[in-house]
Design a protein around this ligand. Sequence first.
Ligand SMILES: *Cc1c(COP(=O)(O)O)cnc(C)c1O
Length: 370
Amino acid sequence: MSAEMGPLSFAVSRNERPRTEAERAEVLADPGFGKVFSDHMVLATWSKDRGWHDAQVRPYGPLSLMPSAAVLHYAQEVFEGLKAYRHADGSIWSFRPEANAQRLQRSCRRLALPELSVEDFVASLRELVAIDHQWVPPADSGEMSLYLRPFMFASEAFLGVRPADVVTYCVIASPAGAYFGAGLKPVTLWVSQDYARAGEGGTGAAKCGGNYASSLAGQLEGIGHGCDQAVFLDSATHTYVEELGGMNLFFVTDDHKLVTPELTGTILEGVTRSSILELAKELGLEPEERRIEIDEWKDAARSKGLREVFACGTAAVITPVGELRWDGGSADHRGDGPAIGEVTMTIRERLLDIQYGRAEDTHGWLTRLA
Ligand SMILES: *Cc1c(COP(=O)(O)O)cnc(C)c1O
C-alpha cells in the first residue's frame, strides 16, 4: 500500500527541552551502550485500510499503548540495528543501511507485519540523524557512533490471534562507545546444550525480539558457569554450531580458511557476517560457509588446530573468543599465541577503517545520512 502512496513525508515537531550541550557532552564522554537516547525519535503508523501514514519526528519519550496491544501478548515485533559514523570532515554515514532495510522486510514477512520500503527506511534514519546530528560522536572519539534502532510492532488493541491491523514503526538513537567498555577482551563462551534459540521453520532467520527472549535462559546458564555469552546449536540434533544470541561466529583455520556456519534458516544473516565473507578474499583467506559440528570445534580447540574464533555483529563489531566451555569440559584455544588473533584484528581494523572513512569504500558500502 505504501508503494502506491509514494514515499512517506515526515512532520517534524522539535523537542522544546533538548539536553544542553553540557549534558550531551557528559553522555558522550562515556556513553556505554543503549542507556541514553537522543532528543528525538521517528514514528509512523500503518493500518490495514490506510497503509503507512502519519510519519513524524518528535521528542523522544514514552509511547502510549493500550494494555491490550497485541505485541504485549503475542510478540509480533521485529527490529534492526545499525550505526551512524562521523567521518573526519564532519559528514555522517551508515554502513549498508539498504541491507538492513531488506532484512527488515524479510523479518516483516516472517512475522506477518507490513513491509516498509527501502526508501522510507533510509529516509527515517536520515530524518532522525538530521535533527539529532549533534548526538553523533566526533570522528576522533575512537570507536564511538550513534546506534540506530528501528523497530516495528503490533500496536492494535485487540486480543484475537491474527496479524495486527494497526502497526507502529519507530526509530530511536543512542550514542555508543566501544561495546565491551574498556578494551577488547576475548570472551568465554558457554555451549548451550539444552536450550535452543531457534528451530526449523521458526523465526531464527528473522530479527525479532522473540528470538532474544528465547536465548536468555541459555545466556543465564552460561553466566552461571562464568561465561560471557552462550553458543546455540541446531535444535534438531544439538550437533551443529549456529550462533550466539545476537552475533554470528567465524573460525580461522590453520590452512587460512575463514569458516562460518552456513545459513540454514535458523541463523540470522548478519550484515557484518556477509561483509566479512566479502572481505576475506582481499585478505588472502578462503571464505567457506558450511555446517560445523560442535565436536569439531571442541577437538580443534583442544588440539590447537583452530587458529582463531571470533563473533561479529553491528553493535560489538568483532569480538575475539578466547575459551569454550561446556558441561564437562573446556578448551582455551589461544595456546601460546597472542590474546587476540592476528586475522581477527586485521578484519576488525579493516571494517572499522571503512566505516569511519579512513579507508576507501571500494565496495560501495557507505550511505551518507547527513
Ligand atoms: C543482529 C543479529 C546478528 C548480527 O547482525 P548484524 O547485521 O551483523 O548486526 C547476529 N545474530 C543475531 C541473532 C542477530 O539478531
